[in-house]
Design a protein around this ligand. Structure first.
Ligand SMILES: *Cc1c(COP(=O)(O)O)cnc(C)c1O
Length: 389
C-alpha cells in the first residue's frame, strides 16, 4: 500500500465534502430532506467514507445504483436509509428487507414481483415509485396519452399488499442545460410529476411521505422544485459551473509524481505513433499515469498537467501506464516532484471539456489501482487500495 501511494493517487478532501454539504443544506433549508447520491462508488470518491461524512453531518438519505453498492454501505456500518435507483432482481428482495434497503419500483410488473417476494418473506418492502416524466429511461410512463394508465398502474403498485410506498420520484433530463427550451421542458416535467402524484393520492387514498425530483441542475437552478427531498450528486463533489457559482469546493485531487526525466535533442519523436516531435532540446518527464489509471487517451498531446512551476503540456500518445510531459524551463520540477492531474489548480472541468465529456466521467474513470487518501480536519485519516491483496 505505502509503495503504491507515491505512484498515482487521489486525495479525497472530506472537509470540502462537508463544506459542500453544509452550503447545499443551508440552500435547501432544514425542512427539506437531503439525499446524497453515492452511486458508482460516490462518483469515484469512495462511497463508504463519503457516506460516513454525510451521515455524520446530518444528511437524511443515500442513493446507489445496485444492491451490491447498497450492501457495501451496510456492511461498513452505514445506518442511514439507502435508495437503490436501478434494477434489483426479485431474488434479492429478501436481502433488501433484511438490510432495510429501499428499492425503486419502475413498472407495475416489478411492483407485483417485489410484493409477491416480500410476502414470501413475511415483511413489506420499502419502495419509492419512479415516474417517467420525460427522461425516457426508467419509470411509469405518464406523459400525454399515458397519463391515465400511468396513474392507474402506480395506484395498483402502491396498493400491492407487501409494498410500503414511502416515496415517489422523477428525474429531470435537462435541468442543468441553459436556455428557454430546457426551462420549459423541466417545468413541464415538474408539473406532470405533481399532477401525477395528486391523481394517484386521490385514487389510492394514500399519501407519499417523500416526493423528490431535484438533481444537481434543479438544486442549482430550480430551488422551488425541492419538494420533500433533494437528490444532488455532482454538486456534493464540487464540480461543474453551478458548484463554482455556489462556492463549493472540488473534493478530489488526482496526483502523480515524475518518475523519470530525460533530455532529448530537437527532432525526437515521443511515444507511440510519434505524433509529437521535439522542436528544441526538450526536457521530458515520464509520469506513471496512463489510460489504465483513468486518463483519457483522447487527451493525448492536447492537455496540460499542473506542476509546482505551473502547467506543463502533455506530449505524445498517452500509454496504458504512463504519459510524458514537457518540463523544459521548469528546473524545479525533478524526479519525485508531485504533479496535479486535476484538482484545485487544474480543474477537472477543463480536462473534461478538452476530452469532449463531462466531469462526471473523469472522476468515475479513476481506476481501482489508484489508491485513495482521505483527508478530514486537515489530516490524513485513511488510505485505501481497491486491489485484492
Ligand atoms: C445520478 C442521479 C442523480 C444525481 O445526478 P447529479 O446530476 O449528479 O446531481 C439523481 N437522481 C437520479 C435518479 C440519478 O440517477
Amino acid at each position: 500500500m505505502e509503495s503504491t501511494l507515491k505512484r498515482t493517487w487521489s486525495e479525497i478532501d472530506l472537509d470540502a465534502l462537508k463544506h459542500n454539504y453544509k452550503v447545499l443544506r443551508a440552500r435547501v433549508g432544514e425542512n427539506v430532506k437531503f439525499l446524497g447520491v453515492v452511486k458508482a462508488d460516490a462518483y469515484g470518491h469512495g462511497a463508504v467514507e463519503v457516506s460516513r461524512t454525510l451521515e455524520e453531518n446530518g444528511a437524511d438519505y443515500l442513493a446507489v445504483s445496485s444492491i451490491d453498492e447498497a450492501m457495501e454501505l451496510r456492511v461498513n456500518g452505514i445506518k442511514m436509509p439507502i435508495l437503490i435507483l436501478g434494477h434489483t432482481p426479485k431474488e434479492q428482495v429478501g436481502r433488501l428487507i433484511e438490510y432495510d434497503i429501499t428499492q425503486a419500483v419502475t413498472c407495475l410488473s416489478k411492483a407485483k414481483e417485489y410484493s409477491n417476494e416480500a410476502e414470501r418473506h413475511g415483511k413489506p418492502l420499502k419502495v419509492h415509485i419512479k415516474v417517467d416524466t420525460g427522461m425516457s429511461r426508467l419509470g411509469f410512463l405518464c406523459e400525454g396519452q399515458y397519463f391515465d394508465t400511468g396513474v392507474q398502474n402506480i395506484t395498483e403498485a402502491v396498493n400491492e399488499p407487501f409494498l410500503n410506498a414511502e416515496g415517489i420520484f422523477t428525474h429531470f433530463a435537462v435541468s442543468d442545460e441553459p436556455g428557454e427550451e430546457a426551462l420549459e421542458y423541466t417545468k413541464h416535467q415538474f408539473r406532470l410529476f405533481t399532477d401525477c402524484i395528486d391523481a394517484v393520492e386521490k385514487k389510492s387514498g394514500k399519501k407519499f411521505e417523500i416526493k423528490h425530483c431535484a438533481n444537481t441542475g434543479a438544486v442549482a437552478k430550480y430551488p422551488e422544485y425541492s419538494l420533500d427531498m433533494v437528490r444532488p450528486g455532482l454538486l456534493l463533489y464540487g464540480y461543474g459551473e453551478f458548484a463554482k457559482d455556489l462556492g463549493l469546493r472540488p473534493v478530489m485531487t488526482l496526483k502523480t509524481v515524475v518518475s523519470t526525466i530525460k533530455i532529448y535533442p530537437a527532432g525526437t519523436k515521443i511515444s507511440y505513433g510519434g505524433i509529437y516531435t521535439t522542436t528544441d532540446t526538450t526536457r521530458i518527464g515520464v509520469l506513471p499515469y496512463g489510460y489504465a489509471d483513468g486518463f483519457f487517451r483522447c487527451l493525448s498531446n492536447r492537455c496540460e498537467l499542473y506542476t509546482t512551476e505551473g502547467l506543463a503540456p502533455q506530449r505524445g500518445k498517452i500509454c496504458m501506464d504512463m504519459c510524458m510531459i514537457d518540463l523544459t524551463g521548469k528546473p524545479g520540477v525533478d524526479i519525485g516532484s508531485e504533479i496535479e492531474i486535476f484538482g484545485v489548480h487544474n480543474p477537472v472541468e477543463k480536462l473534461a471539456e478538452l476530452a469532449g465529456t463531462i466531469p462526471y466521467e473523469l472522476v468515475c474513470a479513476v481506476s481501482k489501482r489508484v489508491p485513495r487518501t482521505y483527508i478530514k480536519d486537515g489530516r490524513i485519516i485513511g488510505k485505501e487500495l481497491m486491489l485484492r491483496m
